[in-house]
Design a protein around this ligand. Structure first.
Ligand code: PMP
Length: 439
């Protein structure tokens, strides 16, 4: 692991991630080391994660039903992965860890288990807006304090089963006061689910201390891009609901009669987590996610927060005086923000800025509406924005390249022409070749 903050102005990467020395072609010729400022979408693998996967591959085998030695090793690894996740989030004894594909999958799973209506804010990612079948959407106010007050009013106005809220906004990075919201939800007779897709990679989570009932996050945003996510939560709703997927592993015993369970008594379903994990599980995904949880815990979240706070301030300071540039934020009183900076620049479309940063500078950012259309609408940016998201592999040199590139663009000194075709901005002509993924 590399040093945290070096002397003076220079900030080094906090951890080793895959792709840190990737060279990418530039449209004007030559190549540069890639700057990955799209970690909020998917984060590169931590070296501890890739090491763990490599070590497991020789014993990779079927999970749960095999008597062979490799199968036993894989089963043990899969079940131990649950323990790592439970430790990472400070789960209580009554909370189970269910492996899923990603946050979206976890939230859809829970949506099938909620015995009543769900209250959500209008700032959520679509994954935490659309799955709830019986939802009431509260419009966030201009301050966090007033937003919490509106949530309390809605939760207590009618019986509510669940408050489903993000831990940190995927658009602005602002962190919500989860312990306070858990207290509010419980006071109004509801439970709380936290969509931790953007919180888990950046801040320590403590379900027991915060009083959080359910939590969902994705491995691919937690430096474990091997296709697994988790839902952690209280057992009772999970055990009372029908299995998320019906099939092998989710059931204790099946008869011909119970297989026709629409017209006959249902089969004897297993309890959670197996109840919601039918089919062959993604053992390597679970192991990768667990390795990332262990590595992040070892790294210490205070250092993670410090690293990204310094880099984020450097971006804000560097871009603040750029003509026509405006940062997006929701609340004047948000106490904390993860490593995300989102902005628009007058006179440039977000997609045009992103295409330019990629083509001429080898910098990867995200543009668009970030699967949060209602939020972009309320922020007055229905056409989207540019999001810069930092990760453990980010450093001050990356930030300085971004700031210089944006200043060059606004100063009228880009060297290429860009055009929008089929809704997407591209350099014209496009001279870059795509690296051969089969190499
Ligand atoms: N919630 C938030 C806050 C997110 O940022 C995302 C991903 N952009 C999701 C949910 C969905 O995550 P996934 O695509 O891994 O299911």
């Amino acid at each position: 692991m590399t040093a945290v903050l070096t002397a003076g102005e220079c900030v080094a990467p906090l951890a080793r991630v895959s792709g840190s020395d990737l060279r990418v072609p530039l449209v004007q010729g030559g190549d540069r080391t890639y700057v990955n400022f799209d970690c909020a979408a998917s984060a590169p693998a931590l070296s501890q994660v890739t090491d763990r996967i490599e070590a497991l591959l020789p014993t990779y085998s079927s999970v749960h039903r095999g008597a062979g030695y490799a199968s036993r090793v894989s089963t043990d690894c899969y079940e131990k992965a649950r323990e790592s996740v439970a430790r990472f989030v400070g789960a209580g004894d009554e909370q189970v860890v269910v492996f899923t594909r990603n946050t979206t999958d976890s939230l859809n799973l829970l949506a099938g288990c909620v015995p009543g209506s769900t209250v959500v804010l209008d700032i959520e990612h679509h994954a935490n807006l659309l799955p709830w079948k019986n939802s009431r959407v509260v419009r966030a106010a201009d301050t966090l304090a007033e937003t919490v007050r509106l949530l309390v009013a809605e939760l207590c106005s009618r019986p509510s089963a669940l408050l489903a809220v993000t831990g940190a906004s995927n658009v602005t990075g602002e962190v919500l006061p989860i312990a306070a919201l858990a207290e509010v939800a419980h006071r109004c007779g509801a439970r709380i689910l936290v969509d931790a897709a953007q919180l888990a990679p950046h801040r320590r989570i403590d379900l027991e201390a915060w009083g959080v009932d359910y939590l969902a996050f994705s491995g691919h945003k937690l430096y474990a891009p091997f296709g697994a996510g988790v839902l952690v939560g209280r057992r009772d709703w999970l055990d009372d609901a029908e299995p998320y997927l019906a099939g092998g592993g989710a059931v204790r015993n099946v008869t011909v009669e119970s297989a026709q369970w629409v017209s006959a008594p249902a089969p004897e379903w297993a309890s959670a987590p197996a109840r919601h994990e039918a089919g062959t599980p993604n053992v390597l995904g679970a192991a990768a996610l667990a390795a990332a949880c262990d590595a992040l815990s070892d790294l210490d979240f205070d250092r993670v927060a410090e690293h990204e706070a310094v880099l984020r301030s450097r971006i804000l300071d560097g871009l603040e005086s750029v003509d026509g540039l405006e940062f997006l934020r929701l609340w004047s009183d948000a106490p904390d923000t993860v490593g995300i900076v989102t902005f628009t620049i007058d006179g440039f479309e977000p997609g045009e800025i992103a295409a330019y940063l990629s083509a001429e500078h080898g910098i990867g950012v995200r543009d668009g509406r970030f699967c949060a259309h209602p939020l972009l609408e309320r922020l007055g940016r229905p056409d989207g924005a540019v999001r810069v998201s930092l990760g453990l592999g980010s450093c001050s040199e990356d930030v300085d390249r971004l700031v210089d590139a944006v200043r060059t663009l606004v100063g009228g000194n880009r060297t290429w022409i860009y055009a929008k075709e089929g809704g997407q901005w591209n350099p014209v002509p496009e001279r870059r070749f795509l690296l051969d993924a089969q190499r």
